[in-house]
Write a protein of this length. Structure first.
Length: 425
């Protein structure tokens, strides 16, 4: 066995088994052979020892994997306690937090808590307690963070619009009580909506009329929040009309420009502010109630067709379309210069805003059907020709083609085949 200690595994495989067995005498007297360089450092195969080490390594690996699984997936009852479910925050807690954070001396920390923890949770309720108005007005006065101000103007608009017992949207949100009724029966004395609405309107009105450049973002938000005031109050409504008309009078342009906030980027700061005010003012006019008998209302709506912002043009055409259903003759006469070939309405045919083209199609359809314009065939035929032009514009929306089909049927019924043929030629 001593002789075999210097034999490699390949020697054992390739050698003859009969000749490799030494005699008993040789095995006892022969000295151990000197290791050759080829066999130096080669391990001696010991199968039993190798199997023992392999089993030990496999056991260590199995124990390690089991320990890792136990660490990452512990038994909840013994190793890791189960997380406790967070209790929902009540409306009273949110209102109390707003009052406390608005009066806090650490404004940076309080504003962070309002944005991340208080204001988003308050939005799920379908009405807002008017007693929050003083704290919201305080935040509006002392905060400069735009995110906080957006929430403040949003909730001020909610307070203005919540005229019913269940708030802005009775069909959705978490129900809340009738705050005015609770304030009336409160022994200490509560705050009703009638108490805070004049203060909110006064603050928003002063901000909407502020023409300072640094105050421009707040001016836009205040104007938008004002439009949510109840239309039943004639005093507030007349003040809103006055504010919107004054802004439109200052930002109106004699001719249409080709760049705007939703169009081609660029332009100096003054033109950007002008475009922003055009959009905000015509959007506010869109949310206000229609006033068909007011020539100033019609004039400002027609003025929006010349604006550089395509969305503002859309709002203007939607207002004119609704006015045309009540007084088509006045609308047609006001658009007399713009409906001519090459006029402002011709540019609307090529706007990327599809809804603006739909609004123009609806307007032309309403005016073309008006019997009161039979005595003015020159104006009426121009609106009919505009309706025909919609069939030449490759649009994916089928609404325009439905309007075109209705116009063709109307023209055929009224016997105006000549105008149709002239338009096609």
């Amino acid at each position: 066995m001593a002789e075999s200690s210097g034999t490699t595994l390949m020697d054992l495989i390739t050698s003859d088994g009969s000749s490799s067995k030494p005699s008993p005498a040789e095995s006892t007297t022969a000295p151990p052979p000197v290791d050759s360089p080829a066999s130096a450092g080669t391990p001696v195969p010991q199968v039993a020892e190798w199997r023992s080490k392999k089993g030990t390594l496999m056991q260590i690996q199995s124990d390690t994997i089991s320990a890792a699984k136990a660490a990452f997936n512990p038994v909840r009852a013994n190793i890791m306690p189960q997380r406790q479910k967070k209790k929902p925050v009540s409306y009273a807690q949110l209102a109390r937090s707003i009052h406390e954070l608005a009066a806090s001396s650490d404004q940076k920390s309080s504003q962070r808590q309002l944005v991340h923890h208080v204001f988003p949770k308050l939005a799920v309720y379908n009405s807002v307690d008017p007693s929050l108005a003083p704290s919201l007005l305080m935040l509006d006065q002392q905060c400069e963070d735009r995110t906080v101000l957006r929430y403040v103007y949003y909730y001020l608009a909610r307070i203005l619009s919540d005229s019913g017992s269940q708030g802005l949207s009775p069909g959705g949100g978490i129900p809340t009580p009738n705050w005015d009724a609770l304030a009336d029966i409160d022994a200490v004395g509560g705050v009703t909506r009638a108490d805070v609405v004049p203060r909110v309107v006064e603050r928003l009105t002063s901000e909407a009329l502020n023409e300072e450049v640094e105050f421009h973002p707040r001016r836009l938000q205040a104007l938008k929040a004002l439009t949510y005031a109840p239309s039943s109050n004639s005093e507030i409504l007349s003040k809103l009309y006055e504010i919107v008309f004054s802004i439109l009078e200052k930002v109106g342009e004699p001719q249409k420009r080709k760049k705007g906030i939703f169009g081609i980027k660029g332009g100096d700061k003054e033109s950007v502010i002008r475009s922003n005010l055009q959009y905000a003012a015509i959007s506010a006019l869109r949310r206000l109630p229609l006033d068909p008998g007011n020539p100033a209302f019609l004039h400002r709506a027609v003025q929006g067709v010349l604006f550089s912002d395509p969305v503002a043009v859309r709002h203007s055409l939607e207002i004119l379309s609704e006015l045309a259903s009540k007084d088509p003759y006045a609308v047609a006469m006001s658009l007399g210069n713009y409906v001519q070939p090459g006029g402002a309405l011709h540019d609307v045919l090529h706007l990327h805003d599809v809804l603006a083209r739909v609004a123009l199609a609806k307007l032309c359809h309403t005016v073309a059907r008006a019997r009161v314009l039979d005595e003015r065939p020159d104006i009426k035929s121009q609106f009919i020709l505009y309706s025909i032009n919609f069939s030449w514009i490759p649009v994916k929306e089928f609404v325009l083609r439905l309007y075109f089909v209705s116009w063709v049927n109307l023209i055929i019924r009224k016997g105006l085949r000549k105008e149709l043929q002239d338009g096609i030629d």
